[in-house]
Design a binder for this molecule. Structure first.
Ligand code: ADP
Length: 216
């Protein structure tokens, strides 16, 4: 299976290198009765996509990697920073009512709760807010800090983390999203500043992008 569409000439080049490698660009060009310059873009594509390996003064080798292997290698290189969204935060003293309004206005499924220093203290999901709403409490007077999932029980990630690791965490922890954070040291304690949000939606977008990706 090839996940990257190769044109007929690229397939031909691949076959030639498979049968004759190591082989120089010049020799491939000769076999195809084409100029080296005409072949250059195809060779660049095949090398960048990982089908071929180029060694200076030796020539091109067939890597033997299948399209599926190359797809998986590329997937494992995706990082959080390229797919994260802006975080939506509420203050820990906000009411449950205000959090519900924020969730509708910002059109997100997860809110991050911060303290006065803007450090992460909790997280609120749709169901956390629904659960609070079916009680008899006055939602305007209950602060979110009463109902949120709080630190240190929050699963977080950093923008340099791999997207595939975040996807695994979402599955194993059965949650919809993670805050993307940066550590800050304060009074000998580690605190977290919220930089972004990464959710199942971001991962779905990465999945769609991978499927429609040209080689780059
Ligand atoms: P929902 O509750 O709407 O189905 P989730 O599955 O994301 O949404 O949340 C399930 C529970 O896990 C909620 O109580 C929520 O507060 C908590 N939660 C959500 N995200 C995280 C996270 N990153 N770390 C820890 N707990 C979380």
């Amino acid at each position: 299976m090839r996940t990257i569409e190769l044109n007929q000439r690229q397939e031909l080049i691949l076959q030639i290198v498979k049968d004759n490698g190591p082989i120089t660009g010049e020799q491939i060009a000769e076999k195809l009765s084409l100029t080296r310059a005409t072949l250059r873009p195809d060779l660049a594509i095949l090398t960048m996509a990982g089908f071929l390996d180029a060694r200076p003064r030796v020539g091109y080798f067939y890597t033997g990697k299948t399209g599926a292997q190359l797809f998986s290698e590329r997937l494992r290189k995706l990082t959080v920073k390229d797919f994260q969204s802006l975080p939506v935060v509420v203050n820990e003293s906000s009411s449950v009512y205000d959090a519900i309004v924020t969730m509708f206005l910002e059109d997100v499924g997860t809110l991050f709760v911060v303290n006065a220093e803007a450090h992460l203290v909790g997280i609120l999901s749709r169901k956390d807010l629904l659960r609070a709403s079916i009680g008899k409490q006055d939602l305007q007077s209950v602060p979110v800090s009463i109902i949120m999932t709080r630190m240190p029980n929050i699963t977080m990630c950093a923008s340099d983390d791999l997207l595939i690791d975040v996807a695994s965490l979402l599955i194993s922890k059965q949650i919809d999203g993670l805050p993307v954070v940066r550590e800050v040291k304060m009074d000998n304690a580690v605190k977290y500043e919220v930089l972004g949000r990464i959710t199942k939606t971001n991962i779905t977008k990465a999945f769609v992008q991978m499927a429609s990706d040209e080689i780059h």
